[in-house]
Design a protein around this ligand. Structure first.
Ligand code: AMP
Ligand code: GLY
Length: 428
């Protein structure tokens, strides 16, 4: 089988790494790819939003299965376009991708389907939104409707911050047309986790839990990033809670999308807040998480290509997932300055010193004159399996210390929340 993975992050490196383990996969392409995928997959210089270019490539190369990493091509309708040309592709249609492409769509959908989420109101008019804020109890969360590269959510602690957020999003249009509408919603309190499910539009299978670390600094301080590290499983999600999430969140979403004429095929990612009133949806994504994928796939046993094919062929009923019982931790090594401005082109040393079951997933890297150099904010995702979270944390930081580049920055507390929870449980 000839497989194409679209994207260039750590998530895509992990997807290629796992798909390569399938005896079915004879040839694999990762477009545009990065310095890590370049060693294990073919690449081509086509942008992820060049849907015609990607489709022509897939036809020319007789690709049997395409897997889409990022949200932008999904929301732009890549899957519809590929399927019109008879190509098999794992990912949701443009209509189903609205769950991530429009927060107003997602929130109204959840309201219609009685899926637990924060109370909200949506606005197209900045003055109406400001008038509504006057009577709100703060903090409130203000969200741009459309895609904003993970930056479109602002938690406002008072009216002044709320008005500023509205001015930026709707007035100055800092996220362009993504800010034509906004959501104003209640601020939820609890611990977050990422729940991913694979669906064929009809059935779904839920993956084991994980937790991202969105803030740049230790103890969840500083601005939001794409994700500075992750671990799986997330002990905040007990077996019972996973069943509750499957029943109260994932099942009505898959059922509802089918009912509304936009069946969801692909990965449904629910960002969940575990509140004292139970799990509530913070957001939906319509793709694998990054860096959640880097900690889920090393624990997933079995053939990922078979799972994707079953989803495309509406045969998920036949699939049973099994998991490595060990814990997996991924630490993102980033360029100093990220998520603000940072330097690129720094030579990375020591990657080959990381061996055995530890894996270095590349994100913002490229090959340059025989070297691997930095090319983006998130550079590498160093990933280790361990017998329990404590062992995985210890191993991953030993591996991280082997790698160097000028201006390298990483969090030192990835997995600490899981460890604390474990220690609390063993004391009580
Ligand atoms: P989103 O892109 O919607 O996941 O939002 C990014 C981050 O903002 C989430 O991971 C949460 O940390 C935070 N967030 C979003 N919505 C809420 C909410 N209603 N209450 C509290 N935090 C939120
Ligand atoms: N890790 C957050 C995301 O993939 O959106």
């Amino acid at each position: 089988m000839r497989v194409l993975v679209i994207g260039s992050g750590g998530r895509e490196h992990a997807l290629v790494w796992k798909l390569k383990q399938s005896p079915k996969v004879k040839e694999i392409f990762c477009i545009p790819g990065n310095g890590g995928t370049a060693s294990i997959a073919n690449s081509a210089d086509i942008k992820v939003d060049d849907i015609d270019g990607l489709c022509d490539f897939a036809l020319k190369e007789k690709i049997d299965l395409t897997v889409v990493g990022p949200e932008i091509p999904l929301v732009a309708g890549l899957v519809d376009h590929f399927e019109e040309k008879g190509l098999k592709v794992f990912g949701p249609s443009k209509a189903a991708a609205q769950l991530e492409g429009s927060k107003v769509f997602a929130k109204e959908f959840m309201q219609r389907r009685e899926i637990p989420t924060a109370d909200f109101k949506s606005f197209e008019d900045i003055n109406e939104a400001k008038a509504y804020l006057k009577d709100k109890i703060f903090p409130v969360v203000i969200k741009a409707d459309g895609l904003a590269a993970g930056k479109g959510v602002i938690i406002c602690k008072d009216l002044e911050e709320g008005n500023n957020a509205l001015d930026q999003i709707m007035g100055e249009k800092v996220f362009q047309e993504a800010g034509n509408k906004v959501i104003v919603e209640d601020c939820l309190v609890g611990e977050e986790a990422s729940i991913l499910a694979i669906s064929d539009g009809n059935q779904f299978i839920i993956l084991d839990s994980s937790q991202d670390h969105k803030r740049i600094f230790d103890d969840d301080m500083g601005p939001n990033t794409g994700g500075m590290g992750a671990y799986s499983p997330a002990p905040v999600i007990t077996k019972e809670l996973l069943v509750t999430i499957a029943l109260n969140i994932v099942a009505p979403t898959i059922e509802g999308m089918k009912h509304e004429g936009a069946p969801f095929k692909g990965v449904l990612y629910a960002g969940v807040m575990v509140t004292k009133d139970g799990p509530k949806v913070l957001e939906f994504n319509v793709r694998f998480g990054d860096p959640e994928t880097q900690v889920i796939l090393p624990r997933l046993q079995g053939d990922l290509a078979d799972i994707f094919l079953a989803a495309c062929d509406k045969k998920l009923n036949d699939v049973q997932l099994t998991w490595d019982k060990r814990s997996c931790v991924c630490v993102i090594m980033s360029s100093r300055g990220y998520p603000g401005p940072y330097e690129k082109g720094k030579i990375i040393e020591g990657i080959t010193l990381v061996e055995g079951e530890d894996v270095v997933f590349h994100a913002g890297t490229k090959k340059d004159d025989g070297n691997v150099v930095t090319s983006a904010g998130r550079v590498l995702g160093v990933t280790s399996l361990g017998d329990g979270i404590e062992d995985a944390i210890k191993k991953v930081y030993i591996a991280v210390e082997k790698i160097q580049f000028d201006g390298c920055f990483f969090r030192r507390d990835i997995g600490a929340k899981a460890l604390k929870r474990k220690q609390e449980v063993s004391v009580s």
